[in-house]
Structures are given as C-alpha cells and as structure tokens.
Design a binder for this molecule. Structure first.
Ligand code: PEP
Ligand code: MG
Length: 746
C-alpha cells in the first residue's frame, strides 16, 4: 500500500515538475496544476487559494469550480473551511463538507454539488501562503496517503510561489517578496535609516523541490547528516565547559542530529518524490508550525534548536552558506532573528540600521546598537522570512516601524523626513561651538555618553563638552574572557587621548541584571534588575573591579581621572568602593606608577534610596550623576525592559520631576556637582524640564546634543519653570501637555 502510494505521489510530483518546466505565464501554470492534481487524484475539483494580503485568501485557480469565480471569490483567514485550514495550518478532511462547522456556501463557485473536501495548507517554513483543496461529489473521506500526497504537492507549490513561478502576464498574484510589507516592532534605539536589506543569515532557497531519483537523494541526505554530526561534535568540543547554557543547546543539537524519527520522516519524504533539501524543509515547516502553538517555553526553545539545525543541514545540502558571494550593500540594514554583541560590533558603523525578529531593549545587541547610535527595531515579527537580501527597507526607529519594499509615496515621505533631519543637523553644526545658554542666561553643560573607542570622534563633531558617562562594560561583554589589565589600560589611555583634554567620566563595570558576561557563571535570580548587579558584584567579588581601577589609574598617566561607581544604593557602598580605589592608588604608587594629578570619585544615583542618604554621602561624593534609566524604573516600579509597562509612566510625571528637584536641592546644599546621564537627557522636552528643575549638566547620545542645545538656546528656563509649577499646582499628572503647549506658543 505504502509502496503504491509512494510511487503515486512520485508520479504526481514528476508530472508537476514537467508542468513547471514548461514555458508558461503564471496564471496558466496555476491552471495546469489544478487540472493535473484533479486528474491524478480522481476528484472533480482542485482549487488553489493564495493569500492576497495578511488575512485575505483569494481563489487563484480552479479545475471544476466556476471559472468566473477565479480572482473574485475571497475569504478571510478563519472563514469557511478553506479559511479554517489556513488558520489552523492543518488539513481538513471530510466526507460531508456542508455539514462541517464553519462551512460557508459560495454560490458564485457552484460548489454546492460537492460533498467531500480535503484542504491542506500551502506554507513555507511556518509562513502561510495559501490553501490547496480537492473536492468530489462522492461522499468519501480521503485516505492518509492521499492527504500526504496533497501535502507534498502543497509544499512544492509553496516553493514555487517563493520562486515567483506564478507571476507574469495575467498575473495570478503579485510575487511574494515583491509586495510592500509594513512591520510593527518595538523601539530599541531611536533614529531613522533608509537602505537595503543585509541578511545576517541568508535564507536558503530550495530551487529543486522534486526529484525522481530517490536513491541519490537519500544518499545526499545521509552524507549531509554525517557531516552535520561531525560539525556538532566539533562545536561541542570547542564550547567552554563552563557555559552550561551553550552546552545544553549543543547537546540538544546532537540529540536531534542523531534522531532516528527525524531521519526516517525525511527519508520517507524522499521516497515519495521530494529532493533531499525539500524533505529537510518540509520537516522544518512542520516543526515551525508546532512551535507557534506550543505553550511550553522550554519545548519552544528546543524546536528553535531544531530549526537552527535544519538551516545548517540545508546549507550543507545546497552549498548556500553564509558566504553567498553577495556583497554588503553601501547602505546595509542588518536583518536577523537575533545577533550577539560581538557580531554586531564586527559590522560596526558600516550598518545604517538593524531590525531583529527577537531581541530585547536591554540585550547586548541593543547596548551595542545604542553605543554605535544605529537605529534598532526589535520584535519585528516575520522580518527574516519576508526580507530578501538587497530589498529596499526603511527603518523608523522612533516609532518602531519597518517598511519593507516600500511604495514610492512612502519612500518619498521618508526621504523628506530624513532630509529635514539632515537640514536640522546642519543648523546644529552652526551652533556647535556656542554654549547651551538659555534666553535667561542659564548655561547648561552638555556632555556625551560613550562606550566604545569608536565613539570618541563624535566628541568634537557633536559639540559635547566632555564624556559624562563612559560605559566600560562593552569591552567586557564582547569578549569571551575577562580582558587583561594591560589591554584595558591601553584602551582607556586611547580614550583619554582622543578626548584631547576634555573630561571623561569612567563608570566602573556595570554588569549583572540584563548584562551577563559570557564567561560569568549565570546566577538564577527571581528579579535580576533588583539582583546581584553593578557595584554589588564589584564589592562582593572585587577582583575584576580592582583590576579595572588599576587600569584606569595607569591610563591617566599622571593626568586627571574621574571614576564613577554605578548603582550605589547607600552611603556604605560608596565608602567601600571608594576605599578600594584609594587602596589601589597606594598600591600603584608603591609599584612606582605615576598617580593622577587630580582624582574625582563620583556615584551614580540610580535607586531612590540614595536621594535620602545622610548628608555625609553628598559631602563625600565629588560628583553625582543621575542614572535616569534605572532611577525611573525603580521610582515607578516599572521594568525598563518590559514593553508593557515601560511607557506607562512619563518621565515628566510631576512626582518624578519633584523627586529630581529634591535631589538638586540636596546637592546644592553641599555644593556637590550633579548631572543626569539617562536616555531622557537627550530628549529636547525632557532636557528643558530637567534644566528648569535646576540640573546644570546633561549627558546624552552625541546625536542628541545638537537638538537639545538648539532648543535650550531658544527658551527662557524661568518661564519653563513657572509653566511646570502651574501644572503642578493644578494637579496635573504630567507637565508634558502644558510644556508642549507653551513651546508651541513660542
Ligand atoms: C541609567 O541607568 O540611566 C544609566 C545611564 O545606566 P545604564 O543605562 O547603563 O544602566
Ligand atoms: Mg543604570
């Protein structure tokens, strides 16, 4: 029985291949296919429905239903039996279609006469493309082998759709990967970019889905699997023994690579007429469809692993590797499911933008993108399946929107936006060397945040007066072992050198929470943001921090040095950290190194508790910098990485501004210099309000300095202050509307 159905489906597939090889326009091909399937399966009807847009199916070809219904009959996903097949991504097989739940009678098709119905999804790698249906008058249920044969055919149709086989004169459909697609994700780094897609891992295209030589195909599969197993074993021997997570993934790979079930299913597919790569892809599709529906996160992860493994196998079979010979376009926008910080750094500033299917606001990739000031949109679902290398793409990092293959009107509007921004940049350049002095004569010092050597060239060009925050963790995050003291000292020295006498505030290692070092043993914590992080790690395990402090002292080479400790929550932590630094100073002196001529030791105020610290803290700190990103999340108890709650609380909320005002007062009482270095400092409206509340130093991304300076120079901060006070007196939740209205009136 199986023997017979195998050869049946093989016959069907080779006839299908013959049709595909003939020169014909897209519609004609689709028509011939429906004819051929109906004929081979002995049914009166065969129809192909393809997705017109994300939720509409359209009858695109039929044998047996009314010809006038083609390109007229449409249904939504989930509507009628056909719509249900698309939604469930599973076949429906019934001897009595009109009696089925959800059956929708479509008079224009003349389908009332047909009783049995078999519909299978046309999908590629978990992405729905349409539905393939056969119907007959005779009330019968189709056999398992028939269902299988139709699924295999559907898969071949999916591949052909992908390759654009149905486009052309009297087009059945506009080609996939040619339509405009708008994807909504989340903002991880603001900014706008226009360019062309560069796939981090180009997808493999199966150009030969059918084969009539199963023996050769089976051998190709066996050879590729053998190679795959060797590769995985090799990866395992190279993986660091300490990295439990990585090893777990690789062990899962090894298990899958040796799975008999997986191998057997693929071999069966080959016996039924698929090529080796099509068999791999069919299994991968099934796994992806399952992935969408699994509630268990662990199992979903394992299916992800299988997906990765399938990709490797496909690359082995087709010879399409990461090196496709394609060249990085001049304006590359990187598209990937996810990417590590080191890989992202490798691309560096060549990238105009990054779009990820996964990722998180606080991921290492996001930190690097922020450091490189590259617009980054995350959670852009389906981007890796929709995008092809070289596709035009617009990234709106301010809104978290991505336009893939945009229509001309959209592209034009985007170009206008970019031109306006460029114009504004020119205006900013003209005030680059002027102070950020408001109309009332208040001068605000604008500094920049940095984290890479590559950031330093922005210091003169942005007009920043210094580096208000140098995040030192990137050098630690992007390596696979702790950097050496000599390496760090050399890097810090280059940073100081590049700053040409301007002040650089080095923040000591801020890791833990979301920033986990690849070589650090991960600790399971229920609330990592409230956990063992930053200075807590530094004080409990001071080895790395002390090494870093030594590197900083040496880098200063007798010049001034500013060191800032992150995440100080109480006076005692500051004194302990400070003591470490003083001890290192003594040690370095004994070793004969020149000490910095001037040493400033500051603290980051990132937890509300520190604002209420004893006066002694404010007296002891040489300066204080408000880490608004963290302070805000703790003030409102709203996770800065959680999209759901992140935007719920406005920075210009009256309570938060009042809290900042109190910090300003405490610092002015003791004459302690105060700055604000969270992301909000770089937003013009926020910057005005901070300055109005008394902050005199703001540190931000280099690209924000121009816009912030430009607006500060045009406002009277005393007026801004009265607008804020009025809104506060009136009981406003946020002063934003009032301040915006006041600005509009200017
Ligand atoms: C902050 O918390 O505001 C800050 C500047 O530090 P990071 O964003 O690196 O936590
Ligand atoms: Mg912080």
């Amino acid at each position: 029985m199986v023997e017979q159905s195998e050869s049946e489906s093989r016959k069907l597939l080779s006839r299908l291949q013959a049709v595909m090889a003939e020169a014909a326009a897209g519609q004609e091909r689709l028509d011939r296919i429906t004819h051929l399937i109906a004929d081979s399966m002995g049914t009166e009807v065969c129809s192909i429905y393809l997705l017109r847009d994300a939720d509409t199916l359209e009858l695109c070809a039929t044998q047996g239903l009314a010809a006038e219904a083609v390109h007229v009959t449409r249904m939504r996903i989930g509507e009628g039996l056909v719509g249900r097949v698309a939604r469930q991504a599973r076949p429906i097989n019934t001897p009595n279609a009109p009696a089925e739940r959800g059956f929708r009678y479509m008079p224009e098709t003349g389908e009332e006469a047909y009783s049995s119905f078999l519909g299978v999804p046309i999908q590629r790698l978990g992405e729905r493309l349409g539905v393939l249906v056969v119907q007959s008058k005779e009330a019968r249920k189709f056999s398992g082998d028939e269902v299988y044969a139709l699924e295999v055919v559907a898969m071949v149709i999916a591949e052909m759709t992908e390759l654009g086989a149905f486009i052309g004169e009297g087009a059945a459909m506009s080609a996939r990967h040619q339509q405009q697609v708008l994807l909504r994700g989340s903002v991880a780094q603001e900014g706008a970019a226009m360019g062309h897609v560069w796939l981090h891992e180009p997808r493999v295209v199966v150009t030969k889905p059918v084969s009539d030589d199963p023996e050769t195909e089976a051998q190709r599969l066996r050879d590729a699997i053998a190679q795959l197993r060797l590769d995985v074993d090799e990866l395992l021997t190279r993986a660091p023994t300490a990295d439990a997570e990585q090893r777990e993934v690789l062990e899962a790979y090894r298990m899958f690579a040796r799975s008999r079930g997986w191998m057997r299913r693929m071999e069966e597919d080959i016996q039924r007429g698929l090529s080796a790569e099509a068999a791999v892809e069919k299994e991968q599709s099934t796994a992806r469809a399952r992935m969408e529906t699994l509630p268990d996160a662990y199992l979903r992860e394992r299916l992800h692993d299988l997906d990765d493994l399938s990709n490797r196998l496909l690359r082995l079979l087709t010879g399409q590797g990461t090196d496709t010979g394609a060249e990085l376009p001049p304006d590359p926008i990187l598209v990937a499911r996810n990417i590590g910080p080191a890989e992202l750094l490798d691309y560096g500033r060549r990238l105009k933008g990054v779009v990820l299917e996964e990722g998180s606001v606080g991921s290492h990739a996001a930190i690097v993108a922020r450091a490189l000031a590259i617009p980054l949109v995350i959670h852009a679902k389906r981007i890796t399946t929709e995008a092809l290398n070289g596709d035009p793409i617009l990234v709106d990092g301010d809104e978290g929107i991505v336009h893939l293959r945009p229509e001309e009107t959209v592209a034009q509007a985007f170009r206008d936006k970019l031109a306006m921004q460029a114009e504004a940049q020119e205006r900013y350049a003209s005030i680059r060397d002027k102070p950020a002095e408001s109309l009332c004569g208040t001068v605000v010092s604008l500094q920049m945040n940095a984290g890479l050597m590559a950031d330093l060239p922005s210091l003169p060009s942005s007009g920043a007066e210094g580096v208000g925050l140098f995040r030192t963790e990137l050098q630690f995050l992007t390596r696979n072992k702790v950097p050496r003291r000599g390496e760090l000292a050399a890097l810090y020295a280059r940073v100081i050198d590049a700053a040409q006498g301007k002040r650089v505030v080095f923040r000591t290692l801020d890791i833990g929470s979301d920033k986990v070092l690849p070589y650090m043993k991960p600790t399971e914590e229920p609330n990592p943001a409230l956990g063992w992080r930053a200075i807590r790690v530094g004080l409990d395990k001071p080895g790395v921090m002390r090494m870093q402090l030594q590197a900083l002292i040496r880098a200063a080479n007798g010049g001034p040095l500013s060191v800032m400790f992150p995440f100080i929550a109480q006076l005692e932590e500051f004194t302990a950290a400070r003591d470490h630094l003083m001890r290192e100073m003594e040690r370095e002196a004994t070793l004969g190194h020149t000490l910095p001529e001037k040493l400033e030791i500051g603290a980051m105020l990132e937890t509300p508790s520190l604002a209420f610290a004893p006066r002694q803290f404010f007296e002891m700190a040489d300066f204080i910098s408000i880490g608004g990103n963290d302070l805000k999340q703790f003030f409102f108890a709203a996770d800065r990485e959680n999209e759901r709650v992140r935007k719920r609380y406005d920075t210009l909320n009256v309570s938060f501004l009042t809290f900042l005002e109190q910090i300003v007062h405490r610092c002015s009482d003791t004459g302690t210099p105060l700055s604000f270095c969270g992301e909000d400092a770089g937003r013009p409206l926020e910057a005005i309000c901070f300055a109005a509340m008394g902050l005199r130093t703001l540190s931000m991304r280099p690209a924000s300095i121009g816009p912030v300076k430009s607006i500060l120079r045009r406002v009277d901060l005393r007026e801004a202050r009265s607008v804020i006070n009025e809104a506060r007196a009136e009981g406003a939740q946020s002063v934003r509307p009032a301040v915006m209205e006041w600005l509009r009136r200017q």
